[in-house]
Design a protein around this ligand. Structure first.
Ligand code: PEP
Length: 250
């Protein structure tokens, strides 16, 4: 039985005041049901504050990206080993904004995935197709290539220690959510692809959907057999909206 996971990606948003307000408001909804686990990924600068404020909560902490190196002359970077010191559990790797704006290839994403696992943190592998690829009917081949790059580098068993987030790029921040049926079709095909390599990993791995999920669209998505939660951007910045998504998973 896979637990529903609702994860908020705050991206480049926040302030000390906002971190406090949001975390305070989310503690109660996050504690309402064991059926749903909750995590937030603030900007790196706020990880220390978030760790302290989450101490008496059931909300896990995540980071939005990681460097492949542990330490050294890599200006501006942050390593999984550093995240561990701040109580981080999850690390997003391969978010489409990293792939697009920072030119991260499948190979770079796979190396980041390996670096996160190396520290026994949970990589959240983000995969998904662009609008052009969606319209060309290439969704499945794109997500399979993104998955296979990680499998080639880390082995299929590594995905058993990770979370997958299917995020169609055309749905991120656009207000266009894939219908539950479209998302379920891709999630099911992802699980089928993994099952050919390891049935246990395929059955156990949580596959989140991401792309303009809101309080009123979450329940329909979570009702689908292969959708195990959501990675949420914009709606994660509004306590009421994010709480509604959490409750939809309960
Ligand atoms: C995301 O950034 O992972 C995301 C899904 O964003 P949004 O919910 O705003 O589409």
């Amino acid at each position: 039985m896979r637990q529903t996971l609702v994860m908020g990606n705050w991206k480049l948003n926040g302030s000390k005041a906002m971190v406090s307000e949001l975390i305070t408001a989310l503690k109660a909804p996050a504690a309402e049901s064991d059926k749903v686990a909750v995590a937030v990924c603030p900007p790196v600068l706020f990880l220390g504050q978030a760790e302290a404020e989450l101490a008496d909560s059931q909300i896990a902490l995540g980071a939005q990206d990681a460097d492949v190196n542990t330490s050294g002359a890599f200006t501006g970077e942050n390593s999984p080993a550093m995240y561990k010191e701040f109580g981080v559990k999850y690390v997003l790797v391969g978010h489409s904004e990293r792939r697009t704006l920072h030119g991260e290839s499948d190979a770079v994403v796979a190396a980041k995935f390996a670096a996160v696992l190396e520290q026994n943190l949970v990589p959240v592998l983000c995969i998904g197709e662009t609008l052009e690829q969606f319209e060309a009917g290439e969704t499945q081949s794109v997500v399979e290539a993104q998955l296979q790059a990680v499998i080639d580098q880390c082995g299929i068993e590594a995905l058993g220690r990770a979370v997958i987030a299917y995020e169609p790029v055309w749905a991120i921040g656009t207000g266009k959510t894939a219908t539950p049926e479209i998302a379920q079709g891709v999630h099911s095909a992802i699980r089928g692809f993994l099952a050919k390599q390891n049935a246990n990993v395929a059955a156990g791995v949580q596959i989140l959907y991401g792309g303009s999920v809101k309080g009123d669209s979450a329940a329909g998505l979570f009702a689908m057999a292969d959708i195990d939660g959501a990675l949420v951007g914009g709606a994660a910045l509004k306590a009421d909206e994010f709480a509604a998504i959490i409750r939809a998973g309960a």
